[in-house]
Design a protein around this ligand. Sequence first.
Ligand code: NAD
Length: 325
Amino acid sequence: MRILVAGGAGFIGSHYVRSMLSGAYPGYEDAHVTVLDKLTYAGNPANLHPVGAHPHFAFVRGDITDAELLANVMPGQEVIVNFAAETHVDRSITAAGDFAVTNVLGTQRLLQAALDAGVRTIVQVSTDEVYGSIASGSWTESEPLLPNSPYSAAKAGADLLCRAYHRTYGLDVRVTRCCNNYGPYQYPEKLIPLFITNLIDGRRVPLYGDGGHVREWLHVDDHCRGIQLVLDKGTAGEVYNIGGGVELSNRELTGRLLAALGVGEEMVTRVPDRLGHDRRYALNSGRIRSMGYEPRVSFDRGLAEVVRWYRDHQSWWRPLRQTGR
Ligand code: NAD
């Protein structure tokens, strides 16, 4: 099987590729994986070093908005998993245009190229943020999309294009909507790696507003297993929430990180709230659970391992922090 992984040099995409090529997904041991990645600030060839010499691995540097390039790489591919996106909400608030171009136009170009080349199945990796904010309860997949940031609006646009390509052309595209991920190789601008690396360096951590924003957390390995299950057993045109069930306020999460690094509240700086900051996200993951899905990594174990990983891999993250981008 030939699989094209767009955005495979980023945090989650590279985990998926490393897992696939190390035989973690039964039935896919012989898969040939081509990563297509623009290598923006968030894309890092080092994330793929562990599989760089694998005989079934190929890398193409390129942009998913480049229709000509897509027409060249697509023939022969049977599956596409699309991770490629601009992903940092704070950046979307100061530079929304890049998000519209990559997340919306890029996804449309990818779908069109897949349709033209007769690709069998596409999995579009989306986010719980497309639903907006929910005060209590949790979202099922039929909830309306009410995104509040340019990031989530652009991701919602991509989700709707997937729906349209399925309804209009019969393309087999499936959408996954996952909650917040954590794990190794996450770019140190996102909350967990930012806080860990700051604390390793004895720097204070910035906590938005009152710290009462609630997020659901899932280890990246569990997210990737969910994506794989949707690829294997999902239905064309369907949407699948992938939740972890571990709900924490940013204040609670910060407390756990402070404890893990052995420091106290004095290391927290309160900063003005993010514009349009969603208060709470929560997914109902009944649909994927009914397919046998269950997260495996407990949050306590996962968080301890991630803290250890950032302590042990300073040569990976220090250059990223020094660029100041
Ligand atoms: P990331 O920012 O770490 O990686 C994104 C990757 O996409 C990078 O390698 C980057 O170079 C590449 N890319 C960006 N623009 C591109 C373009 N125009 N053409 C080709 N490649 C391009 O992101 P991530 O955290 O790994 O997220 C991957 C996907 O999962 C995204 O679609 C995101 O919306 C979704 N998601 C992320 C989370 C999370 O908590 N990180 C949660 C749910 C869903």
